[in-house]
Design a protein around this ligand. Structure first.
Ligand code: SF4
Length: 540
């Protein structure tokens, strides 16, 4: 019988340019490809295999078992991982399954681990050169590793001044881990330590953010983000993060002739920090080394190099104060009730966004804008001067109103605007939409928002807890009719305050209402369909 083989292929970040030739050959030699759905989609165009098996996120063990079974039946199988197959990839699992079956290299099926570029490398390349010195990777996923162990590893890496790449920093359900990691790191590192956040390196939705240890949580960190934290020497330079290669006295940048000749560089005197080979003791304490580093810093060296390239003297403060460009993300619309945007407003918006930003029209009748900038305040000022409404996005409160029959039923517009002014943009455990409709027709579907408000007979009807999306979507529960106009905002404020204080992170209002069974004095009723439907996670 034909002898089978398993390739465990790391295909790197996911684009064609960064996959190795060996990986492509392995994929093309295989008659079966097995992998996580999203990864299979990324490499599908490179594959000629007759059979492709793509399964869900938590089915790694069955993928490894399936691969072994197929290879034992004589097939050539590629099990794929993004990044490197041996770094949080499938390589270990495939070996574990084989070992369980008593496999040996001599008698068993052939196994070849095909390496790929791991996220620490691909992400570092987009940030500059942050991983130039001793570094480590730590996964914050505590699905397979106890959190107490992860905590110890973070602490040890922080104490030892490693550059750290955090994998799996956050997901829908794991939101605390990155907060705890930051707290541990801040015990040992300056709040100004450079941090790079890279999402989907070399893929379509790539996003790179340079920030600091103190401010990193103010940015979007998700499942696809890798967080790279510099060591005590790492610095920002020209929108890059650089970690110097070593201590300055070993080499002098810009000098063609190094002050120390090659043979002198290896002498004891040139390495006061090295381990004494006779006594087994370090020749100088860490503090002494730190003091020496401060005499001529890495930044000094970088400035010297830049001065040479530009042939002009570059002053220290000029570069130290160099601002970091962040992606400023916000929503913009012509107003709460107004749905008409003028050509002049569009022009201003287009100019502001320029060639480097993006603008997306959303189902909420607003534009989602992303602009790399160092001056978000001036952008807001410019748009507001042109009568555009700018709102934060993410887990905040958003007020959506109808067009009040093109302004003909304008009576309740001031109430909608007041709610937007007082509560709009409020940071919450999860995004929350208040739908405000100007009459009982409710044609802008206020009753399908987290909170629905319908103006009727000069009073308000209130709805709470719609599940706006998904196959089990349902309308909100009508909780009160005929609320007096002066009572609406105080009541809404109390509801929002209660939700903000007591909801779990990421818990949407309908889930919170269902869990606690009452909000203010309104009791929960099940509004979901009684027809059972199979749960369908994202993408399935
Ligand atoms: S909800 Fe009523 S007021 Fe608003 S647009 Fe529809 S019909 Fe007009």
């Amino acid at each position: 019988m034909k002898k089978g083989k398993i390739f465990v292929v790391g295909f790197g970040p996911g684009d064609r340019e960064h996959i190795t030739n060996r990986a492509v050959v392995a994929l093309q030699q295989s008659d079966c490809i097995i992998g996580y759905k999203t990864y299979v989609e990324l490499i599908e165009h490179l594959v000629t295999a007759k059979s492709i098996v793509s399964t869900g996120m938590t089915e790694e063990v069955s993928r490894a078992q399936d691969a072994v079974k197929k290879a034992e039946a004589g097939h050539i199988v590629s099990v794929i991982s993004s990044g490197d197959s041996g770094v949080y990839g499938m390589a270990g699992l495939v070996y574990e399954v084989l070992i369980e079956k008593g496999w040996t290299e001599k008698d068993g099926i052939a196994v070849e681990i095909v390496p790929g570029i791991s996220a620490i490398n691909s992400c570092a390349s987009l940030l500059g050169a942050p991983v130039m010195h001793d570094s480590c990777t730590i996964s914050l996923s505590d699905h397979l590793t106890p959190w107490t162990v992860i905590e110890k590893r973070i602490e040890a890496a922080a104490v030892a001044d490693f550059v750290i790449a955090l994998y799996n920093p956050k997901s829908g359900r794991r939101t605390r881990q990155i907060v705890e990691a930051q707290n541990i790191l801040l015990k040992y590192r300056s709040p100004d330590t450079p941090v790079g956040l890279v999402k989907s390196a070399y893929r379509e939705n790539q996003n790179v953010v340079l920030t600091t240890l103190a401010e990193m949580l103010e940015h979007d960190i998700g499942m696809l983000t890798t967080v790279i934290i510099g060591n005590s020497s790492t610095f920002f330079y020209d929108n890059k993060i650089i970690t110097p290669r070593g201590y300055q006295r070993k080499y002098t940048l810009g000098e063609e002739k190094q002050s120390l000749k090659p043979h002198q560089r290896l002498k004891k005197e040139a390495e006061p920090w090295a381990l004494n080979q006779e006594t087994g003791e370090a020749q100088a304490g860490y503090e002494q080394i730190e003091r020496k580093k401060q005499e001529v810093t890495s930044l000094d060296l970088a400035l010297k190099a830049l001065s040479m390239v530009t042939k002009s003297k570059i002053e220290h403060p000029h570069v130290v104060q160099q601002p970091i460009e962040d992606i400023f993300e916000f929503a913009v619309s012509p107003g709460v009730a107004n749905k008409f945007i003028t050509p002049d407003q569009m022009r201003v918006l287009a100019e502001t966004i320029g060639d480097t930003g993006t603008m997306e029209y959303t189902p909420d009748h607003r534009f989602l804008v992303k602009i790399p900038t160092t001056q978000p305040e001036s952008i807001v000022e410019k748009l507001e001067q042109n009568h555009l409404t700018v709102m934060p996005v993410g887990d905040v409160l958003n007020v959506k109103a109808c067009d009040f029959c093109y302004g003909e039923k304008a009576e309740s517009i001031p109430y909608a605007e007041e709610i937007a002014a007082k509560l709009g943009g409020l940071k919450l455990p999860k995004e929350l939409h208040i739908g405000f409709n100007g009459c009982g027709m409710a044609c802008y579907r206020a009753v399908f928002d987290d909170i629905g408000i319908v103006y009727r007979k000069k009073k308000f009807d209130l709805f709470i807890g719609a599940k706006p999306v998904g196959r089990t979507a349902h309308a909100a529960q009508p909780v009160a009719e005929g609320i007096e106009t002066d009572q609406l905002l105080p009541l809404l404020t109390k509801i929002i305050e209660e939700y903000k204080q007591n909801a779990h992170p990421n818990e949407r209002l309908f889930k919170y209402f269902k869990r606690v069974k009452s909000i203010q004095y309104f009791n929960y009723q099940d509004m979901s369909s009684k027809i059972e439907v199979e749960p369908a996670p994202c993408g399935d």
